[in-house]
Design a protein around this ligand. Structure first.
Ligand SMILES: [Zn+2]
Ligand SMILES: [Zn+2]
Length: 144
């Protein structure tokens, strides 16, 4: 898949820029994150790579994700979760979050890209980007 490959190239590039060595473990953690569209938490990533890296510890996965985040390689999806959830998509995009099952889905829609930014936000400030979050009860949870 080309999209995945270019994300990995980007990852390797960013590691170089930040003087982080691209170890097989780091690469596996990043790959597990981009493969999982649900914005996984460290435990999920850990469970996904454990078969290939039986000696890796959960603490290492936590630390590695924190390191990536600190260097702007990935970001944290903030609210509603007891455990931290990560996102490999660094371009501006928005989220739909189910308040029941806590699943996080990406949404991109022209309507959300062209919102009128309130004067209060703009006044004296430089607006870099913004994230809109829709809190929902998803259809699966509604049908339970
Ligand atoms: Zn749900
Ligand atoms: Zn996202």
């Amino acid at each position: 898949m080309i999209a995945t490959e270019s994300k990995i190239d980007e990852f390797i590039q960013k590691c170089k820029t930040n003087a982080l060595s691209v170890t097989p473990q780091r690469l596996a953690i990043y790959k597990a994150l981009i493969a999982d569209k649900s914005h996984p938490n460290p435990e999920t990533i850990y469970n996904n790579i454990k078969p290939d890296f039986p000696t890796i510890s959960l603490a290492t996965v936590y630390k590695t994700l924190e390191t990536f985040e600190k260097h702007g390689i990935i970001s944290v999806v903030t609210p509603l979760h007891e455990t931290v959830r990560y996102d490999a998509e660094m371009k501006q995009h928005h989220h739909i979050v189910c308040v029941k099952c806590k699943k996080v889905m990406d949404i991109n829609d022209p309507v959300l890209e062209n919102i009128k930014i309130p004067e209060k936000v703009k006044r004296g400030n430089q607006v870099l980007d913004y994230t809109i979050q829709f809190n929902i009860v998803c259809s699966e949870c509604r049908n339970k």
